[in-house]
Ligand binder design. Structure first.
Ligand code: HEM
Length: 417
C-alpha cells in the first residue's frame, strides 16, 4: 500500500476501533460520514462496546428491512431499561406502530395508509402551495433579508401539514414542535436526565391534549377520506378498532414522525445547495423532473433519519457474520446511502441521480407511511423557495442539532437577497 493510502487506512482503522455510539466525539456530529465509511470498509457488521451491532452496508439493511420473521421492530426489551417501567416515554414508544410487530403494527398501519392514498396526498398540494407562499411573503419582509431558514421556513411547513392531516385546530398547534422534539430526542443513544424529563413531560401533555381532541372528534367526526384522526377513531369496517391508549399514542407518533424529519429534509437541502453551487445552478435551470430526483438525492445524501433498529428473534447470519438470538442491531441508513456498491461516486451530490434506491424512508413493511407527504412538502417548498430567492446565501455559522439519530439544524441563518 502507498504512503498516503496507508495513512488513510490507519486513520480509518482508528475510527473503527474507537467507534462508540454511546460516546461520540464532536467531530462525529459535524460530519459522521468518515466514520460510516470507515466502518463500511473495515467492519460492516461491527460489534460496539455495548454489545450491540452496527451495520453500514446497503445490502444488509435492505435484506433486514424485508425479513420481519427474523428481525423484530418491537422495542420492549431495549426501552424498558432505557426509559424505566411505567414511564410515559416507555408507554408511548412501545405502543406506536413503528416499534411494534404484527398484529398491532398491521392494524394501525392499515388505518393510516387508508387515509394517505395517492389521491388524498395529491389533494394536499394546493394547501401546501398557499402555506409556502405565505411563508415566502413573510420572509420577503424580513429586515435586511436576514432569516433563519429553519424557524421561518423549514420547520413552519410540516407542523401545519401534519396538523391539517389530523385536523388539529390552528390555535392549538403552538406546542406541537416542542413536544415532538422532546419525545424523539429521548430516542438518542444516551439521553440525558433532562432529555428524559422533557420527553416524559411531553408525552403526558400531548396525551392530555389529544384526549380532549379525540373526545371532541367523536362528537363531531370529520371526513374519513381526509382526516386521519376520524379514520383512526372509527377503525376499519371489520371492527379493528384501536384501544384508547393505542389511539392516543399513535396520533402522537404520526404528529411527531412528520415534523423533525421533514424539517431536516428541507433545511438540509437548502444548506447543501449553498455547498454545491453548480448543483444549485443545475436545479435552477432544470424542470420539475429534476426537482423530483433532487429530493431523492437530498434524502440519500443527508438522510434526515440516520439510524434505525431491529432485534434478531433467532440466531442468524448477516453479511457473513453470525449474530446470536436477541442481538440488538443498529441500522445505519446514512452509511448504507453512501455505499459505493450501490451508488457511483457516493460522496458526490448528483441531483439527477437515477436510479436512486436510497433507504432514507427505510424499506419493507415498516417503510415510511408518510413518504408521499414528505416528498410533496419538499418538492413544493424547494421549488417555490428557489423561484423567489435563487441567490440566497448562508449568513454566519449554522447550528447543528447534536443528534445521532436525526440529522439537521437548529438554526440556519441566511440572507435572501
Ligand atoms: C423526510 C421526511 C421523513 C423521513 C426521512 C422519514 C423516515 C422514516 C423511516 C426511516 C421510517 C421507518 C423506520 C423503521 O422502521 O425503522 C419511517 C416510518 C414512518 N413514518 Fe416517516 N419519514 C418522514 C416523514 C414522514 C411523514 C411526513 C409522516 C406522516 C405523514 C411519516 C409517518 C411515518 C409513519 C406512520 C411511520 C411508521 C411506519 C411503520 O412502522 O409501518 N413520516 N419514516
Amino acid at each position: 500500500m502507498g504512503g498516503a493510502a496507508a495513512v488513510v487506512a490507519d486513520d480509518e482503522a482508528g475510527l473503527v476501533r474507537g467507534f462508540d455510539l454511546r460516546a461520540l466525539p464532536p467531530a462525529f456530529y459535524e460530519d459522521p460520514y468518515p466514520f460510516f465509511r470507515a466502518l463500511r470498509r473495515h467492519s460492516p457488521v461491527h460489534r460496539l462496546p455495548d454489545g450491540t451491532w452496527f451495520l453500514t452496508r446497503h445490502a444488509d439493511l435492505f435484506a433486514i428491512y424485508r425479513d420481519t420473521a427474523t428481525f423484530s421492530s418491537d422495542k420492549h426489551v431495549e426501552f424498558t431499561p432505557k426509559f424505566g417501567a411505567g414511564t410515559p416515554l416507555l408507554e408511548h414508544h412501545t405502543t406506536s406502530l413503528i416499534f411494534n410487530d404484527p398484529p398491532l403494527h398491521t392494524r394501525v398501519r392499515r388505518l393510516i395508509t387508508g387515509a394517505l392514498t395517492p389521491r388524498a396526498v395529491a389533494a394536499m398540494e394546493e394547501g401546501v402551495v398557499s402555506l409556502v407562499d405565505g411563508l415566502l411573503d413573510r420572509m420577503e419582509e424580513a429586515p435586511g433579508g436576514r432569516v433563519d431558514l429553519i424557524e421561518h421556513f423549514a420547520a413552519a411547513i410540516p407542523v401545519e401539514v401534519i396538523g391539517n392531516l389530523l385536523d388539529v385546530p390552528r390555535g392549538d398547534r403552538g406546542p406541537l414542535r416542542d413536544w415532538s422534539l422532546g419525545i424523539l430526542g429521548a430516542l438518542e443513544p444516551v439521553p440525558t436526565a433532562e432529555a428524559l424529563a422533557w420527553g416524559n413531560r411531553a408525552v403526558v401533555e400531548f396525551c392530555d391534549y389529544l384526549a380532549r381532541l379525540v373526545a371532541d372528534r367523536r362528537r363531531r367526526p370529520g371526513d374519513p377520506e381526509k382526516d386521519v384522526l376520524t379514520r383512526l377513531i372509527r377503525g376499519e369496517a371489520d371492527g379493528e378498532r384501536l384501544t384508547e391508549p393505542e389511539l392516543l399514542q399513535n396520533c402522537i407518533f404520526i404528529l411527531n414522525a412528520g415534523h423533525e424529519t421533514t424539517t431536516n429534509l428541507i433545511g438540509g437541502a437548502l444548506w447543501l445547495l449553498c455547498l454545491w453551487p453548480r448543483e444549485r445552478e443545475r436545479l435552477l435551470a432544470g424542470g420539475p423532473e429534476l426537482m423530483k430526483t433532487a429530493v431523492e438525492e437530498f434524502l440519500r445524501y443527508e438522510s434526515s433519519v440516520q439510524l434505525g433498529n431491529r432485534r434478531a428473534l433467532r440466531a442468524c447470519s448477516v453479511g457473513g457474520v453470525e449474530l446470536p438470538e436477541g442481538a440488538l442491531i443498529n441500522l445505519c441508513i446514512a452509511g448504507a446511502n453512501r455505499d459505493p456498491e450501490v451508488f457511483a461516486d457516493p460522496d458526490r451530490l448528483d441531483l439527477g441521480r437515477k436510479p436512486n434506491p436510497h433507504l432514507g424512508f427505510a424499506g419493507g413493511p415498516h417503510v415510511c407511511a408518510g413518504l408521499a407527504v414528505a416528498r410533496l412538502e419538499a418538492r413544493v417548498a424547494l421549488s417555490m423557495f428557489l423561484e423567489r430567492f435563487s441567490r440566497y446565501a448562508l449568513d454566519g455559522a449554522p447550528e447543528r442539532d447534536l443528534r445521532a439519530r436525526f440529522r439537521g439544524f437548529g438554526r440556519l441563518p441566511a440572507v435572501l437577497h
